[in-house]
Design a protein around this ligand. Structure first.
Ligand SMILES: Nc1ncnc2c1ncn2[C@@H]1O[C@H](COP(=O)(O)OP(=O)(O)OP(=O)(O)O)[C@@H](O)[C@H]1O
Ligand SMILES: [Mg+2]
Ligand SMILES: [Zn+2]
Length: 318
């Protein structure tokens, strides 16, 4: 008589308590051989034993014991412990862990990007920025070439820079390509699916102010997304209308990003000393501003783009 028939005839009483015992005893996994030895019946026949493809050893399947019988068998047999099998499984597990990590990272990015899109529209990159790509940046002078290379290296190795919380402080005079290179970084990363927000400090503050009036307290959500996004690019820092509110809002965003080791890129017409002055409202205490700017400097590579305004030479569609 097969074990299957034995079970069909058995009375299903006391199932729960014996399951608990099995779990408590931690001996709820058996091979067909062990099950036979201990007289544990099974409902379904176990899969056929496999042989290790490296050493030829027989590999049994494990079954799960529930209510005094084997209710299911693992689809894969036990792993062999011979040297080559161990090496094989170590590699297999590593690749599998990496695959899972990549999958989780992709899900995280997609979820974040959805929040960005919902709250701010497409990453804040305005139409006129779309042509500001790396291939469209002319590197006809040593200054342009050098800064192009810093920006390109940053975009190409963003994952490393992000790990270290490293950003860029792009300072310089008008029309030298600061926004162009910042937008080029944003466009490259966005095309790779990395959540980036690129906005002028004015628009950034405006978004938060607008969200005050929205229902459902979306102000905190907008602020939250500026703090959470993988890369925040604040274009033209120092040009916003300065008030106590804008100062403390900027402080809150930049400070949280700093503490979270999240990178930020700024473009500005001011060097760090002048920026402190520009950002401080008249007569206000500048401690917070000094703190933000020194943190930006601490975490950023400084790109200095000081030369003739390209807008004087070529017409631009701003
Ligand atoms: N090296 C370059 N190659 C191609 N286009 C450039 C280059 N430098 C600047 N431009 C173009 O010139 C215009 C002005 O550049 P951009 O807006 O980047 O200047 P900026 O340094 O940000 O100036 P501002 O300080 O006034 O904001 C843009 O249309 C930009 O694409
Ligand atoms: Mg600019
Ligand atoms: Zn083996």
């Amino acid at each position: 008589m097969s074990r299957l028939t034995q079970i069909n005839e058995a009375q299903p009483t006391g199932e729960i308590s014996s399951h608990r015992e099995d779990l408590r005893g931690r001996n709820n996994v058996v091979t067909p051989k062990q099950a036979a030895e201990r007289g544990i019946p099974w409902t379904r026949e176990p899969p056929e034993d496999k042989k290790c493809k490296f050493c030829g050893r027989t590999l049994e399947h494990e079954g799960l014991v529930f209510a005094g019988r084997v209710i299911t068998w693992r689809a894969d047999p036990r792993r062999c412990t011979c040297e080559r099998a161990q090496a094989y499984w170590a590699r297999h597990d590593k690749l599998e862990a990496e695959r899972k990590e990549t999958e989780a990272e992709e899900q995280r990015r997609a979820a974040l990007q959805q929040r960005v899109d919902r709250l701010l529209g497409r990453s804040g990159i305005k139409k006129r920025f779309q042509r500001r790509t790396f291939p469209n940046f002319i590197t006809d002078t040593p200054g342009r070439k050098k800064n192009y290379e810093i920006a390109k290296e940053y975009a190409d190795n963003f994952i490393d820079h992000r790990e270290k919380g490293e950003g860029l402080y792009i300072e310089g005079t008008n029309g030298t390509g600061k926004t162009h290179l910042a937008a080029a970084i944003a466009l490259q990363l966005i095309s790779q699916g990395i959540p980036v927000i690129c906005k002028t400090s004015n628009d950034l503050l405006l978004d938060i102010r607008k969200s005050f009036d929205d229902e459902g307290g979306s102000e905190a959500q907008v602020l939250g997304i500026y703090k959470a996004v993988d890369l925040l690019i604040i274009d033209d820092l120092g040009k916003e209308r300065c008030s106590e509110w804008s100062m403390s809002t900027l402080y809150s965003i930049l400070n949280d990003r700093y503490e979270d080791m999240k990178p930020t890129i700024v473009t500005t017409n001011y060097n760090t000393d002048d920026l402190v002055e520009e950002l401080t409202p008249k007569g206000a205490d500048n401690t917070k501003i000094v703190a933000i700017v020194s943190r930006l400097k601490e975490t950023s590579t400084v790109m200095s783009m000081v030369w003739e305004d390209i807008r004087g030479r070529e017409e631009t569609q701003e």
